[in-house]
Design a protein around this ligand. Structure first.
Ligand code: SAH
Length: 457
């Protein structure tokens, strides 16, 4: 298998491929923090106008509504559709035509979704068949083989065995997420088109990667928006009793059946590695720690102490196990099951302070419609974070909300620093790892953003 890698309490989150909410405020609901850039899915789809039922099935757009497709954006919203000829079923592949009848794309139809169709291909001569899926999956795998970090001299293949193999739209497979944890693959289906080809795709994955198990985690809330039932179970092979992912030599247990997302947050891999380089000699506070990712890196990097907080007792149990399994010093680690919003206030009231604070909350804003409410949540935790930092301290702060742009996130953080009465410098601008590519024509694919800041005064 190629190099790969991929956050929970029970993952009942809405969205693409990445986080589940554990908070009690609705804006804290971090759905799958990644690949479910579900921009316009809050309302029910408009009624599709039925064209000639005897004609060959085809989607015809309103005049002028072909522009987005011509810019290679892969979603066709219901408002762009003038009519649907024939009597297609959800999941069928249909040609999409402009008002004059010119071919635009092959796309998977879904009348149940606000996104009426998702594009498979822009080439009229393309056949959407098993070979098409095989070639897209191979291409995604090859890109990762070529671009993901290889073991360095003196390291073995066992240093990294996890990766996101398929990142949905941005890998030309709208609605499909596949994460690899060693020889276990976890597949998540978020579109009717992929649902139709599920068994074919499982066969191809089995053939190409020889996993001991392909596990299906098609249980994100976003499935409801697509009119799809939730599904969670083994698709091929047998699920080993203990699944783990190795990341830069650190071993993490992955609960593929009940963990958040597909069990782990592969998107933060590079950012976790950066944490290791910044932690030496510091008192670290890791908020929303899940199974201990950032905490373990900080400890390996020589942190003096690491206090880790999460609302999920189960995630913390796995985190403590992970610490022991990696032979790290548990005397320097403290785990706290709490709501971060309350815990930060308590720490402030106790007069506590830290050298390095990490804030990696769940998705507060799955779509832009939630941005204002989400902004209040981000500002709150970041303001408290700034107040808990010692002079010269570092804040690594993240947002995995598709509805919050990089620019807006930076503005929110600037507002938080201002209200906390500190000046701060941006040291790093961060995004997801290279196995989570973003198609240029599909900016909705960008969801994870982060800033590392240093408090000046
Ligand atoms: N940084 C982690 C991933 C964090 S995912 C990693 O690298 O693996 C977000 C986490 O926030 C989840 O573990 C979830 O249980 C937790 N969470 C959600 N809302 C919370 C809240 N209000 N207080 C504390 N934890 C919360």
């Amino acid at each position: 298998m190629t190099q790969q890698k991929a956050r929970s309490p029970k993952n009942k989150s809405p969205s693409t491929p990445h986080r589940a909410s554990q908070g009690n405020r609705d804006f804290r609901k971090r759905t799958q923090r990644d690949a479910k850039p579900s921009a316009a899915r809050e309302s029910t789809p408009r009624t599709i106008v039925q064209g000639a039922p005897d004609a060959r099935p085809c989607i015809v757009l309103h005049a002028g509504r072909e522009k987005s497709l011509q810019r290679r954006h892969p979603w066709i919203f219901s408002g762009a559709v003038a009519r649907v000829d024939g009597v297609p079923e959800n999941g069928d592949t249909l040609p999409v035509r402009d008002a004059a009848g010119n071919f635009l794309a092959w796309a998977a139809y879904n009348a149940a979704s606000q996104i009426t169709a998702r594009v498979w291909s822009w080439r009229e001569e393309e056949n959407i068949n098993a070979q098409f899926f095989r070639s897209r999956i191979s291409a995604a795998s090859e890109m990762r083989r070529a671009l993901l970090p290889r073991p360095q001299a003196g390291e073995d293949e066992g240093m990294n065995n996890g990766a996101r193999l398929i990142h949905a739209e941005s890998d030309g497979l709208p609605g499909l997420i596949v994460d690899r944890y060693g020889d276990v693959l976890v597949m998540q289906i978020g579109s009717a088109g992929i649902e139709r080809w599920r068994d074919t795709i499982a066969d191809i994955l089995q053939d190409l990667f020889l996993p001991v198990c392909i596990y299906e985690r098609s249980d994100s809330d976003s499935r409801g928006l697509e009119g799809l039932e939730e599904r969670n179970g083994v698709l091929r092979g047998t699920l080993p009793g203990n699944v783990e992912v190795v990341e830069h030599g650190l071993h993490f247990r992955v609960d593929v059946a009940a963990g958040q997302k597909t069990g782990f947050y592969l998107d933060q891999r590079d950012n976790r590695a950066l944490t290791e380089t910044l932690a030496h000699g510091k008192d670290v506070l890791n908020c929303f720690c899940y199974t201990g990712g950032f905490s373990l890196y900080a400890l390996r990097g020589g942190a003096k102490s690491v206090l880790s907080i999460d609302a999920s007792g189960e995630a913390l149990r796995i985190a403590a196990q992970n610490l022991t399994n990696n032979g790290l010093d548990s005397a320097r680690a403290e785990w706290q099951e709490a709501d971060v919003f309350q815990a930060l206030r308590k720490l402030r009231d106790q007069g506590r302070s830290f050298d390095f604070i990490i804030l990696d909350p769940p998705k507060f804003a799955p779509t832009a419609a939630f941005a204002e409410k989400a902004a209040r949540g981000y500002k709150d935790i970041n303001l408290l974070g700034f107040k808990l930092l010692r002079p010269g301290g570092l804040l690594a702060t993240y947002s995995c909300s598709g509805g919050i742009s990089d620019e807006l996130f930076q503005k929110i953080i600037a507002g938080a620093a201002l209200d906390a009465g500190v000046d701060a410098q941006i040291i790093h601008h961060l995004h997801a790892s290279a196995d989570h590519p973003v198609l240029l024509s599909f900016p909705e694919g960008t969801y994870l953003k982060g800033l590392v800041l240093r408090v000046v005064s």
